[in-house]
Design a protein around this ligand. Sequence first.
Ligand code: ZN
Ligand code: ZN
Ligand code: FE
Length: 763
Amino acid sequence: MSQSIPKQRLRLTIKGAVQGVGFRPFIYRLAIELGLVGWVNNSSLGVFIEVEGNDRTLETFQGRIWQEKPPRSRIQSIEASYLDLVGYENFEIRASVGGEKTAVVLPDMATCPDCLQEIFDPNNRRYRYPFTNCTNCGPRYSIIEALPYDRPNTTMKSFQMCGKCQSEYENPLDRRFHAQPNACPICGPHLELWDTEGKVVAAGDRAIKATADAIREGKILAIKGLGGFHLIIDAGNKSAIEQLRQRKKRPQKPFALMYPSLDLVKEHCLVSQLEENLLSSPEAPILLLKRKTLSATPSTEIAPGNPYLGVMLPYTPLHHLLMAELGFPVVATSGNISNEPICIEETEALQRLKEIADLFLIHDRAIVRPLDDSVVRVMMGKEAILRLARGYAPFSKVENNTISESPHPHILAVGAHLKNTVAIALKNRIFISQHVGDLATTAAFESFKKVIGTLAQLYEFKPTIVACDAHPDYLSSQFAQQLKLPVVRVQHHYAHVLSCMAENEIEPPVLGISWDGTGYGLDGTIWGGEFIYVGGDNWQRIARLDTFRLPGAKQAIKEPRRVALGLLYELFGDDLFTQKNLLPLQAFSDRELKIVKTMLHKNLNTPVTSSVGRLFDGVSSILGIRQIASFEGQAAMELEFAIEDIETNEHYDFKLINCENTPLVVDWAAMLHDILSDLKYGLPTEEISAKFHNSLVEIIVAIAKHTKERKIVLTGGCFQNNYLTRRAIDRLKQENFHPYWHQTIPPNDGGIALGQIIAALRK
Ligand code: ZN
Ligand code: ZN
Ligand code: FE
């Protein structure tokens, strides 16, 4: 080699999402092309590179890493240092090494176009093979047991690669170089179709065809996919839908659909360019899309009274093969019993789903952790994640140095009760788990503990401090107390605000509009209509919705008609019960009404709340839209949907009551009186609903003006409401405020764990 130009050794440490995305072969090809010598390897910290060459080539090398990095990779940092020459002779890819576990674990990725083409090519050796994958696609988080991401650390370890797969795996120029789940029909996982006894009915490709036949016949299929089991039926078969609803004890909650093609989605739904991109993305979420008309296919039983459909495209070769066979949309709902985590293992599925499914399509690639389908909707022309799970989890985030400076670098946040997620913080990184679900059943609580366990195991994480909700009765809070660690108890609505601040990377001071259904208040009431001011090192509830009572407590959450009576009782007292024309009253029998009246009159079992979510429920009932809810958020959703395409700037009056040393109170009595009179004079429900929504937005603007804080954060479950969020953002901008909202972190309680981490750091 020529010695005329002086050479140097460059060492690079690249951190970020750089494992399992073809980073090392990319570096290999680049180094060979530039004539550099040295090596690259993977560690649990990231990718390490050492190359020797002259200054100019080394500079080009670094520049091209940034410019040409593999599409699925995300570089967070590159550290470079120059060292003395070692005198390497060639460039090689070295074996992975262990070490500290802060590397980013990649989420699972939908089948890439190259693999898709192969499974439908009769001349390809992977023709119709349902477990085809490569470095650009396939399972990741669902199969990884430990870091670094190498085959022996995944559930693919039990499959010995055949000669052909092995040589693909070892060839740096192959698309499957170091593709850890690499497999083919000879050496990889296989399918079997089981009956409810676990007896094999069909295997291999015949299992796919038999599954398709059964779906066409109206059977309910439990199908093991990427992150767990789905329950799948023909979306056009009304009696199958009815049967599934009955067996799953899910009378009205919308079902998600899987479509065979984007073209068919476009026939049934309105799809923007961004929505099209999201459907076809490697994350392949369930996307909420507006249906073209309510009468068209698929049947309204999929999502009763709902103008939106939850739609996804096939995201594994198995789904592609099955959907191509069928050619029509199917219901693809989580393989679970209501409120339990999804099944991930076949014998467990046989047990737990035996009352629901007629047949089980299973395979022998083990799933390490349950991952539901993620749910996304486009709001304000941007992606907004409502459920963070498959394709997005684990979510990782760098916190600008705050964590490394903190005396408590290892924080576990256990989240809230509904839509639970957990989060951990180590060094300057925060990892947020996938959606765990509502911690309402033993199975869900077990799953919650497992998620914490596997996150801790993956990152060799030992918490030194634990953050939980201030609610003492939440199972998550009780779990936190039992860890025998210092506990930071974080008020729910403050956590919501911090999570939105962290997501948007904004610093205090901030005014947070924290609106949801329920959160433990610090004054003995249930909060949910809160205006939280976050200062440099403090926070304060500066305003709140005026309170009302919830007759029957928990029962009121399921029955908007009870909430309505709680609201109306504040206006009319006992006289309320003489106003027989009110729709919520008509929704009760005389006997039931007597009980509720006694509750309100004697103040029995009627907790006090300032919740905006409950206000939505109550108004929904007053307008006769929903008296008894079949799932969380139904009444509020239907109130939003009632607006349809009404355009109005009208709103109702409200008062702000200022008392010394207490939060400002938003008095809604005038608004409720006006709603009743609009209703009496026959104003259409859609207009009343629009005026109600507009009033809430004007309340936000009024408090913002009162506080004079420019940065306004919109957070909490109420901001899943598209109309409310869109209008609040528009109005705040009009008034020269700077609104921030959620996009990558759910506005609902799925974001609480992140907020708890930040709260612990601020302490
Ligand atoms: Zn692929
Ligand atoms: Zn093979
Ligand atoms: Fe909440």
